[in-house]
Design a protein around this ligand. Structure first.
Ligand code: ZN
Length: 247
C-alpha cells in the first residue's frame, strides 16, 4: 500500500493540483492531516476534492475555527480575517463536512494521524523537545502530523531525537527508510502555505510494502494564480505575499 500524505492545504487549489499531477499514480490512498481551509481563496474546490478522494482526514485548528468559530479570539488578525471570509464563502455542504471532521489522533493500518500534537490539535511540534514529549503519547511507531507547515519531522532512536530536514531547495525529493525499531513523527509539509523558506508545495508518500520508506517531495505551482485569487477575494494582501516567499 502506498499513501499520499497531505497537510495544511489551506484552500490553495493551484498547489493541490500541482501535488496531484506530480504524485500521479504513485499512491493508492490519500491521508490528510488537516487544515483544509483558512488563508486561501479556494475553500470549496479543496474541500470537494478531499471529500471525494481522502481515505482518512483529521480536522485542523483552522477547520475548527472556520466552521464553529471557536478559538477565533486566539487567532492573529490576518488569520481571523481569513477564517471569517471562509465562514462566508464555504458552501453549506462543505461547511458541514469540515465541521464534522474527526479530531485526531486517528488510526489507519498501523499509522497514527494527527494535526498538531497528540494531545492538542492547536499545539505545535516544532522542535526536538516538543517531539520528545509527543513520542511519549503516540500509540503507533509511525505518525504523520502537520500544523507547523515545516516539512521534515523527527526520529526517536531510543537514545535521542533526530530532526529530519526538508527537501533541499536544489532537489525535488528524497527518501528515508523506516526502521521498525525506531519511532517516527513525519511532517509532509504544507501543500498550500509552506513556511520553511521554500515556496514550493510540499507532500510525502509512504510506501508500506517491502522496505518501508517515506518520500518527501516539493513541487512548483502557479503561485501567481493563487495570489491573484486572494487579492480578488479581498483577503488580506499578506496572505498572498507570504506564498511567494514560502514564509
Ligand atoms: Zn495550518
Amino acid at each position: 500500500m502506498r499513501y499520499l500524505i497531505v497537510s495544511d492545504l489551506h484552500a490553495n487549489w493551484e498547489a493541490l493540483e500541482a501535488v496531484l499531477a506530480d504524485a500521479r499514480s504513485r499512491f493508492d490512498r490519500v491521508i490528510c492531516c488537516g487544515d483544509l481551509v483558512g488563508y486561501g481563496a479556494d475553500p470549496n474546490a479543496v474541500v470537494e476534492w478531499v471529500r471525494a478522494n481522502c481515505h482518512l482526514v483529521v480536522r485542523g485548528n483552522h477547520d475548527k475555527a472556520c466552521t464553529t468559530q471557536e478559538d477565533l479570539d486566539w487567532f492573529n488578525p490576518v488569520a481571523r480575517a481569513g477564517a471569517l471570509w471562509t465562514v462566508q464563502n464555504l458552501s453549506k455542504e462543505n461547511a458541514n463536512y469540515v465541521r464534522e471532521l474527526p479530531k485526531g489522533p486517528a488510526f489507519v493500518d498501523s499509522l497514527e494521524i494527527l494535526h498538531g500534537s497528540p494531545w492538542d490539535e492547536d499545539d505545535y511540534v516544532a522542535g526536538a523537545e516538543e517531539a520528545s514529549e509527543a513520542f511519549g503519547y503516540l500509540e503507533s511507531r509511525l505518525a504523520f502530523f502537520g500544523h507547523t507547515h515545516l516539512q521534515g519531522g523527527f526520529i526517536w532512536n531510543h537514545a535521542r531525537i533526530e530532526t529530519i530536514p526538508p527537501v533541499s531547495s536544489r532537489h525535488g525529493r528524497y527518501s528515508i527508510k523506516i526502521d521498525p525499531g525506531c519511532g517516527y513523527l513525519i511532517n509532509p509539509g504544507s501543500v498550500g502555505q509552506p513556511r520553511d523558506g521554500d515556496p514550493r508545495a510540499a507532500y510525502a508518500v509512504y510506501e508500506a510494502s517491502g522496505q518501508a520508506k517515506v518520500f518527501y517531495h516539493r513541487v512548483r505551482y502557479d503561485v501567481a494564480a493563487a495570489q491573484r485569487k486572494i487579492y480578488e477575494a479581498g483577503l488580506p494582501a499578506y496572505l498572498a505575499e507570504r506564498l511567494g516567499a514560502g514564509r
